[in-house]
Design a protein. Structure first.
Length: 316
């Protein structure tokens, strides 16, 4: 269970850091296209997984899904900074201008790397943690972890809740797919609005998180499938509102130069939050015998995120 989480975390970190570096103008439109793919996966994923499990069983369906995900490696191969190719061209021009008799650097003067890859990762992580001296980065990292805890844990819990109530797998997948559709529409609209001069990313982030909070509480109290589907649609809209500006709001408050370190710190907080929240929500479910208590705990994390963002104007 840990490997998908690690792989997903790495992939999401790379995706969110690409758009702001590649696009200066029309950044919101470019972000909207990226969000379409992410939301389409949530919308079509439950239906596809249900079909694969019915046709090929658990093992066969998992293998087919793994083969589909493997195609991400092909797409990732084209994620190369433009500067790499510009540097190659400049090097070729400089080599052509040099005389044929110019001496080449000796191979024995090339200094070996002083640190291993693991040591460099550890060193970079420790340097990134120093950024927590900034109250803005601390608020962003904490609110990110709280929102991710609420968002992903609730999404994984929904199928179990619906099946416990008595709904079939097909009805469950339909309900989750509706949330994915609303999520996609919300991401498209919000991403496009970020290019507008008067758009408030902080207000949108807080509004989306508030909708998620209210939707989760309503979901825990309802039993009718129609209303549960409506609430899941509203929940998807709220998730799309804050996830569509996940990296863009970091650029607005900490700058493009600090985006990657801030994403690293947020990812570290997210990982620690998943470890704690998964154990806590599972324990409360076993003790109380009800999923509602676990959902309320997850909803409280969304409430804390909203409270943190109210303090952002005072941060420095």
């Amino acid at each position: 269970m840990n490997f998908p989480g690690i792989g997903g975390g790495l992939l999401m970190g790379i995706i969110f850091s690409i758009i702001p570096h590649y696009f200066k103008r029309r950044r919101g439109v470019a972000n909207a296209f990226m969000m379409v793919g992410l939301s389409a996966g949530q919308m079509a994923g439950p239906l596809l997984i249900n079909y694969l499990q019915v046709e090929y069983g658990y093992l066969g369906g998992t293998l087919v899904l793994s083969a589909i995900v493997l195609n991400c490696c092909v797409g990732a191969a084209v994620f190369q900074p433009v500067e790499w190719h510009v540097r190659k061209c400049s090097r070729k021009l400089s080599n052509n201008n040099n005389t044929k008799g110019s001496p080449r650097p000796r191979a024995d003067k090339v200094e070996a790397p002083r640190y291993s890859a693991l040591a460099r990762v550890f060193n970079t992580t420790m340097n990134n943690l120093k950024l927590l001296k900034s109250s803005r980065i601390l608020i962003i990292a904490l609110s990110s972890a709280l929102n991710m805890i609420s968002y992903l844990n609730f999404l994984m819990m929904v199928p179990f809740v619906l099946q416990t109530i008595g709904y079939s797998m097909q009805e469950t997948t339909w309900c989750v797919s509706v949330s994915g559709l609303c999520n996609m529409v919300s991401r498209l609209v919000v991403s496009a609005l970020t290019d507008c001069p008067g758009f408030s990313m902080r207000g949108c982030y807080m509004a989306g998180t508030t909708v998620v909070l209210a939707s989760m509480i309503a979901f825990s109290l309802l039993r009718d499938l129609t209303w549960l589907t409506v609430v899941m649609g509203a929940w998807g809209c709220g998730v799309g509102a804050f996830m569509s500006i996940y990296s863009l709001i970091m650029v607005e408050y900490v700058g493009l130069e600090q985006l990657v370190p801030t994403l690293g710190v947020s990812g570290l907080f997210n990982s620690f939050g998943f470890l704690v929240s998964g154990t806590l929500t599972g324990y409360m479910r076993d003790v109380s015998g009800s999923y509602a208590v676990s959902i309320w705990i997850l909803a409280s994390s969304s409430g804390l995120s909203v409270a943190l963002w109210t303090l952002m104007p005072l941060a420095f």
